[in-house]
Design a protein around this ligand. Structure first.
Ligand SMILES: CC(C)(COP(=O)(O)OP(=O)(O)OC[C@H]1O[C@@H](n2cnc3c(N)ncnc32)[C@H](O)[C@@H]1OP(=O)(O)O)[C@@H](O)C(=O)NCCC(=O)NCCS
Length: 333
């Protein structure tokens, strides 16, 4: 079977208006602006207002991507939404967005790969398009992660923010030359589920006893920051290098690196190891912090809107997540 080409034809993003600065966090925990900036690269992040929902920001990001792609919502055949903080356990966020944008012809479902959600959802959506089953897919990642942050834990509360990113993918006949998604690499290591986790408020006690040594069951994000840092640098570096080796590409041939935004030092370490200088790395960490699954979609949209990404450029996406999970995808834009 000849696979179709699958290209990104539109992007969008949306973040809440409320800003949490480093100075705001200084009032909550024993930290300071200098420490946060030098250790993470983050200056501020966004937070959902009490009456604002993850669905609201997901719909807005989706609308922006659809407008940018110049398509009608009825042309969308598939919606894949990535989130670990959707408003409801069910219906899926993808169906909530479908209702919000009027994409009545789409099949819609959610996927959860935590901070690697946008990447996993893009690769997942692409499979339906490459085979010719569908023509147009909407990928959304949206998080209301501040609702799961313990604002007395200085190890984690400085990192996270809320936001949403989206992209429209479209299939076209190959015609011999491969464009759009060129290659991908996904992986997971479930033996390390305890490096970062967040229990549901209803999580059975035994899971907490098995996974952590914590006395108290709190429905907040918990992580071993140092272990996560090391695993993220190694995991994303190795994943990017696997694709470079398979495609016979040197670092100068990759125009942009579009990474998950967890910590500037993690991103710089990857750039250094794979040979891509910071000027070619899409960043939105300073202004939005770690927005989990949404971060890659927001960074992509920012670089598209800035006009940095030109047709034919090679963009390497890479992400790392609790799970542990990681992945990379190479797109000819
Ligand atoms: C969390 C993270 C920012 C911590 O940075 P770090 O450089 O690794 O810092 P360390 O954990 O080694 O801590 C260094 C010191 O700073 C302190 N510290 C931690 N957070 C602090 C804060 N917000 N302000 C001031 N000091 C802080 C620590 O207590 C420690 O003090 P000690 O040496 O007296 O024990 C970093 O490890 C990180 O970004 N990890 C990846 C997290 C991630 O990607 N998570 C997403 C998946 S859920």
């Amino acid at each position: 079977m000849e696979l179709r080409n699958v290209s990104i034809i539109g992007t969008g993003s949306h973040v809440p208006e409320t800003i949490i600065t480093n100075a705001d966090l200084e009032k909550l925990v024993d930290t300071n602006d200098e420490w946060i900036r030098s250790r993470t690269g983050i200056r501020e992040r966004r937070r959902l207002a009490p009456d604002e929902t993850v669905t609201d920001i997901a719909i807005q990001a989706a609308r922006n991507a659809i407008a940018n792609a110049g398509i009608d919502a009825l042309e969308i055949d598939l919606i894949v939404a990535a989130s670990m903080t959707a408003d409801l356990l069910f219906p899926p966020l993808a169906c909530m967005v479908q209702r919000g944008i009027g994409a009545a012809n789409a099949a819609a479902f959610d996927t959860n790969a935590v901070c690697a959600g946008f990447l996993f959802a893009m690769v997942q959506g692409t499979q339906f398009l490459q085979t010719g089953a569908y023509r147009t897919a909407l990928i959304i990642a949206a998080e209301g992660i501040t609702r799961y942050v313990d604002y007395s834990d200085r190890n984690s509360c400085i990192l996270f923010g809320d936001g949403a990113g989206a992209a429209v993918l479209r299939a076209s006949k190959g015609g011999g030359e491969r464009t759009g998604l060129i290659d991908f690499d996904l992986g997971s290591d479930g033996s390390r589920v305890d490096v970062a986790l967040c229990p549901r408020p209803t999580a059975p006690r035994q899971w907490l006893d098995t996974l952590t040594a914590r006395e108290e069951v709190t429905p907040y994000i918990w992580q071993d920051g140092r272990a996560m840092f090391k695993a993220a640098v190694n995991g994303m570096t190795d994943s990017v290098k696997r694709i470079m080796a398979r495609q016979g590409l040197g670092p100068d041939e990759i125009t942009h690196l579009i990474p998950h935004q967890a910590n500037l030092r993690i991103i710089e370490a990857i750039g250094e190891r794979v040979g891509i200088p910071t000027e070619r790395v899409a960043l939105c960490l300073e202004e939005y912090g770690n927005t989990s699954a949404a971060s890659m979609g927001i960074a992509l949209d920012k670089w598209m809107r800035l006009g940095r990404i030109k047709p034919g450029d090679l963009a390497m996406f890479t992400a790392f997540a609790g799970g542990l999970s990681w992945g990379s995808a190479l797109f000819s834009m």
